[in-house]
Write a protein that binds this ligand. Sequence first.
Ligand code: OFO
Length: 176
Amino acid sequence: MIPDKISKAFNDQIQHEFYSAYLYLSMAAWFETEGLEGMGRYMRVQAMEEMTHAMKFFDHILERGAEPELLAIKKPQVKWDSPLAAFENALAHEEFISGKINDLMTLSIAENDHASRTMLQWFVDEQVEEEDTASKSVYNVKMIGDGGQGLLMLDREFGSRVFKIPLSPEFGNPAG
Ligand code: OFO
């Protein structure tokens, strides 16, 4: 059985992960409205990945005999001043999420909950990757600047990202 404190903290994290999906989907809508289809596609893929993150917490709570509680998701920002501002927002958000994952790890250690600790290790590693990817995106957009031919070429590159269906059933994939 999962400790109550952990289950409650995981419910909060489900909310954070779905908010991440909302934020990135909102960025996708904005990018596509601005004619940057590639960056829009990139953010759509990011939003789908975030939903798999939320499902990993959802499934973990269920597997350990408790019931996940879905909390309200607030409305995300809908406009950004520039593509760079959107990518900087994404990086800041990932840093915020890394802090949340670290807090969860600290809690699972304090509660002596090894099952949570093992599950959370995946997220610790994932956040290193998330921050790295987000900061490289910021760097690339900064190099190109906010307009012109370079931005369109970079947009095409962002558009090549594809969503990889996770193979584990823990990610909410019934076929896994
Ligand atoms: Fe779930 O990693 Fe981004 O937010």
